[in-house]
Design a protein around this ligand. Structure first.
Ligand code: GLN
Length: 232
């Protein structure tokens, strides 16, 4: 598709640090599955994007207030969110797992959390999952705005565990984060691009058309392989 001045520019929110979906690389440039996919779809469908890395919850708020036209942030399609968002065709799947420090041999399951503190990111399915089982397992919850601070809280020992998306924890651990996953995925969900419910419908249509086309050309698989098979 050739680019021209008449192309519409959309303001798109994303998370700050959520590799392999989005993260700033060594040159302080945002890369990742979401970034590459969004850029490829925009190019394929002839529109422009202005990417705004903000916290996950910040992006949700900004989409809902109309400051952003949409968001791509490893975002889970949940029944609650369907009340305020319209989602694209899903482009991946995720589930919430619990991770602890690699040096921690005491916390092996949810039942070991009694009286302890765990860390989650504000507004995520990991936070929702923790809240849903908090009473049953008797732990306290510390919340942070981004995943790196969640992991840091576990590594420093303030929290004994964290709940976050499995592909993200796996990627981080593969890249050297000193955590280990100790549970099977819970709260599995599709991952999709989202807009405020009832708005920017043409953008969702373009996203879906672009995604379908990139799957046909093999570019979608190339992007997934690039990040999911990344070695340290
Ligand atoms: N998939 C999770 C959710 O939608 C986490 C997303 C994120 O932290 N960027 O809540």
């Amino acid at each position: 598709t050739k680019s021209n001045a008449a192309e519409k520019t959309y303001q798109i929110g994303t998370d700050v640090t959520f590799p392999p979906f989005e993260y700033a690389n060594d040159n302080n440039k945002y890369v990742g599955i979401d970034i590459d996919l969004m850029k490829a779809i925009a190019k394929d469908q002839g529109f422009k994007i202005n990417l705004k890395p903000t916290s996950f919850n910040g992006a949700i708020q900004a989409v809902q207030s109309g400051q952003l036209n949409g968001m791509i942030a490893g975002m889970s399609v949940t029944p609650e969110r369907k009340g305020s968002f319209d989602f694209s065709t899903p482009y991946y799947n995720s589930g919430v797992v619990m991770a602890v420090s690699q040096t921690n041999n005491d916390i092996k399951s949810l039942t070991d959390l009694k009286g302890k503190t765990i860390a989650v990111k504000t507004g995520t399915t990991g936070a929702q999952y923790a809240q849903s089982i908090q009473k049953k397992y008797g732990f306290k919850i510390s919340t942070f705005d981004d995943s790196s601070n969640v992991y840091e809280d576990v590594l420093t020992g303030n929290s004994v565990a964290c709940f976050d998306d499995e592909p993200v924890l796996k990627y981080g651990i593969n890249q050297g984060t000193k955590l280990k996953i100790v549970t099977k995925p819970a709260a599995g969900t599709p991952i999709a691009f989202g807009v405020k419910k009832g708005t920017n419908q043409e953008l969702v249509k373009k996203f879906n058309a672009g995604l379908a086309h990139l799957k046909k050309t093999g570019e979608y698989q190339k992007i997934m392989d690039k990040y999911l098979n990344a070695k340290k």
